[in-house]
Design a protein around this ligand. Structure first.
Ligand code: FAQ
Length: 329
């Protein structure tokens, strides 16, 4: 598995024998459902694991603006355009809450952004795919925000207080995003044959990458066991992926669209859908930086950061002047 770009210092899941008295007390708090707060003692590997996950999550939110930004100038009506703009702005806000949550763990935003810009830190694989038609705005809201919600609702109850609290507002906003996406799909699916075909094409292209968002299969997920013990993860990658399939298939049926999976079928015994094999080589290729848009996304992100330097300098100069005036008074 292509993993561990960020060294958390963990080689295997900590058992009671490995743990110091301090660690045992920490684990007991987690097991009792007590939240860990920024100033509490925590094992170094717990801190690093959270920095890894929260910063990847933050990076995903801000890189996730780029595929949608592509369509702001081409939205079909003024209403759709203002809704899309508001959604993209929400994603920036989510990035800010998440960077702030990561900063409570003793890392600076500059360090986190440097890791993103150098290509060292990951962001979600899903944002390395192109947005070719307006229907992609529908598919992203419906499938990508839909998957993000399924993954993030349990994070509202994770063990680290600042992360859990940030997730509450993020999830509320994501649910608007998912509805706006489904609304676009509904309009297209009920529109002309060309519009319906466009909606189907978007579903065809976004379905499998959306399933990959949940991460590798449980058997390949290197971080899951320890993150589950620490209640950073409450459900496994495969459990959440299954939830997404079960929730989305009836929605596709309602739209009159077909999920692009010939192996998809209802399993009466399990009470959920069986689905086809995910192409994990595609997933790993995207993680290695070789997806359709990896280079373009990073280039755009770095350029935006560099172009904003004058503004950051202006803000700093203003803050310094204000502080100096206050000190003089
Ligand atoms: N893409 O051992 P696991 C959104 C990496 S937000 C890239 O299972 P873990 C909002 C993983 O980091 C979307 N890399 O890892 C929006 C690890 O590598 P590492 C983002 C992935 O952490 C909507 C390695 O594979 N959401 O969409 C991916 O226990 C629309 C092994 O994997 C979050 O970040 C992937 N898909 O579980 C914005 C949620 N999957 O770090 C704009 C929080 C796995 O050891 C528009 N994160 N990897 O080098 C999580 O829940 C977890 O981190 C998982 C992965 C479930 C993503």
């Amino acid at each position: 598995m292509y993993a561990q770009m960020v060294e958390t210092g963990l080689k295997k899941v900590r058992t009671e024998e490995d743990m110091s008295a301090e660690e045992q007390a920490f684990q007991a708090r987690i097991d009792a459902g007590i939240k860990i707060e920024a100033k509490d003692w925590m094992p170094e590997a717990y801190r690093k694991t959270l920095i890894r996950q929260i910063s990847q999550h933050a990076h995903s939110e801000i890189v996730g603006q780029l595929p949608e930004g592509n369509w702001v100038t081409r939205a079909p009506t003024l209403k759709r355009k203002s809704v899309l703009l508001a959604k993209i702005q929400d994603e920036a806000g989510h990035g800010l809450y998440l960077y702030s949550a990561a900063e409570t763990l003793g890392v600076s935003r500059d360090e986190l952004l440097a890791a993103l810009h150098s290509g060292k830190a990951k962001y979600s694989s899903i944002f390395n795919y192109p947005t070719l038609t307006w229907a992609d705005m529908g598919a992203i809201g419906w499938l990508v925000d839909g998957s993000a919600i399924i993954n993030q609702i349990p994070l509202c109850r994770c063990s680290y207080g600042p992360y859990a609290r940030a997730m509450i507002r993020v999830c509320k906003e994501e649910s608007f995003h998912a509805r706006q996406g489904y609304d676009i799909m509904m309009s297209l699916a009920q529109g002309t044959p060309e519009q319906k075909a466009m909606a189907q094409d978007a579903l065809n292209r976004w379905w499998w990458p959306s399933l990959m968002m949940f991460g590798p299969s449980d058997a390949e997920s290197v971080n899951s066991a320890q993150s589950t013990a620490w209640r950073i993860k409450l459900f496994s990658n495969d459990e959440l992926r299954q939830r997404m399939v079960d929730q989305t298939v009836p929605q596709a049926e309602y739209l009159g669209l077909t999920i692009p999976d010939p192996d998809l079928k209802w399993n009466e015994e399990r009470g959920s859908y069986d689905f086809g094999e995910i192409d994990w080589s595609e997933f790993q290729n995207v993680l290695k930086g070789n997806g359709p848009c990896n280079r373009e996304r990073l280039r755009t992100r770095v350029k935006a950061y560099e172009d904003g330097e004058w503004f950051r300098d202006g803000l700093n100069a203003h803050a310094e002047k204000k502080a100096a005036r206050k000190a003089a008074a």
